[in-house]
Design a protein around this ligand. Structure first.
Ligand code: ZN
Ligand code: ZN
Length: 419
């Protein structure tokens, strides 16, 4: 048996309740992207209290890096993200968030850990603790990285831009995990592409404002936006080959203030997910083409204005390193480790591996109550389970808290433990 997960078994009764307390505190006190000051403080204090880590705060805004040198061996980087989302929580949990804050545009918003990053932080703190307390079971250098701003696609890059590669050892392998809808107790791995590329942009469409009673004096951006939205639906359905796939969602459409005023502009916010660079380029080109053509069709006085909101690269797991992780998972979890299809979600995790040009592996940990999951599968209602970014997303703590700890330790041990 794996010496690290064995050590976890021995100390689980003492460790897990303390980690659960940390998790619930983080869950109750979520912070928006690039503003994770309180969370980062808890993380850095926790690592410092363990005694053996060299802890660096404020790497790329609020990022925290802990390095633990433990003799000759590979450098293993474990990563967690810390930020929450600008949305109100509707889980009804006793430890639900009621926090509000100002978003980047200055608007008041609820704040909630609806992507489960509070769990990622807790898992990595637990793994850091266990590795620090069992240094005789492994050898090498451990680097635990808590990054800000995953949800805005800026956190990993901000750490790199803050000299991460010059200030810290170059990893031999980078490992990360995400809680997802899936049977609790299971882990899903995949070599090659596991997460899509994600591109978000804002498009402003310009018309000419006027009185609602005088359409002949106006160029109506509401109609322009409506036909643009409908035409954009044809990009994936009519321009992408059946064997390829892409998602194009228009998540926001804003225009006007009052029923009898024709506004002078409309704004669309779009999100694109693709699994292939050529498909990505085609979809982004088609969006530009269609927006410009619809504006021309409406006799718009100005070209539309495109502003990128975020861009996430593909997450492509290294084949050889994934085989190593998968083998360790099979030994640890048996049938509860399975090969997952790629998900239409995006991450900035791969930015670290891309920057250092080292292999990385990212995997999923199921967070859905097992009975609920089985019932949903049996009744064909899997899509009804609240997923990440739903206001009702609520991973079940038992056994997910322990499973994520086990999976992180298991994957790390494939590099850090001998034989
Ligand atoms: Zn998310
Ligand atoms: Zn996430």
């Amino acid at each position: 048996m794996n010496p690290l997960t064995q050590a976890l078994e021995a100390s689980a009764a003492a460790m897990l309740p303390a980690l659960e307390t940390i998790y619930k505190d983080l869950h109750r006190n979520p912070e928006l992207s690039m503003q994770e000051v309180r969370t980062a403080g808890i993380v850095a204090d926790f690592l410092e209290n363990l005694g053996s880590y060299t802890v660096t705060r404020e790497v790329g805004a609020t990022g925290v890096v802990g390095v633990l040198k433990n003799g000759e061996g590979p450098v293993v980087m474990l990563r967690a993200d810390m930020d929450a989302l600008p949305m109100a929580e509707a889980t009804g949990l006793p430890y639900a968030s009621t926090v509000t804050a100002k978003d980047e545009d200055g608007f008041d918003t609820g704040v909630a850990h609806s992507c489960g990053h509070d769990l990622h932080v807790t898992w990595l703190l637990g793994a850091a603790q266990l590795l620090a307390q069992n240094t005789d079971a492994w050898a090498g250098t451990l680097m635990v990285v808590f990054q800000p701003g995953e949800e805005v696609g800026r956190g990993a890059q901000s750490m790199i831009d803050d000299g991460m590669m010059q200030r810290f050892p170059k990893p031999d392998i980078i490992l990360g995990q995400h809680v997802m809808v899936g049977k609790a107790g299971t882990v899903g791995y995949r070599d090659g592409t596991i997460l899509s590329a994600g591109d978000s942009l804002k498009v402003r469409l310009f018309g000419r404002g006027s009185h609602g009673s005088q359409p002949q004096t106006a160029i109506d951006p509401v109609v322009m936006a409506a036909s643009t939205v409908m035409r954009l639906q044809t990009v994936v359905s009519r321009e992408i080959a059946p064997a390829d796939s892409a998602v194009l969602t228009i998540g926001a459409l804003q225009a006007g203030t009052k029923e009898n005023i024709i506004p002078d502009e409309a704004t669309l916010k779009l999100n694109v997910r693709t699994y292939d660079e050529n498909v990505r380029k085609h979809v982004l080109g088609a969006i530009r083409r269609i927006c410009c053509a619809e504006c021309a069709a409406s006799n718009s006085p100005r070209e539309p204005e495109f502003t990128p909101l975020s861009s996430y690269p593909l997450t492509r797991n290294d084949v050889e390193a994934t085989a190593k992780v998968a083998g360790a998972f099979k030994a640890q979890f048996g049938d509860c480790a399975y090969e997952t299809p790629p998900a239409a979600a995006s991450e900035d995790f791969s930015i670290f591996g891309r920057a250092w040009r080292v292999p990385y592996v990212f995997w999923f940990v199921g967070g859905t109550d097992a009975a609920t999951y089985d019932d949903a599968v049996a009744s064909g209602q899997l899509n009804a389970i609240p997923s990440n970014h739903s206001p009702k997303f609520a991973p079940v703590l038992d056994p997910t808290l322990k499973t994520g700890l086990q999976s992180m330790l298991t994957a790390a041990s494939a590099w850090l433990c001998k034989g």
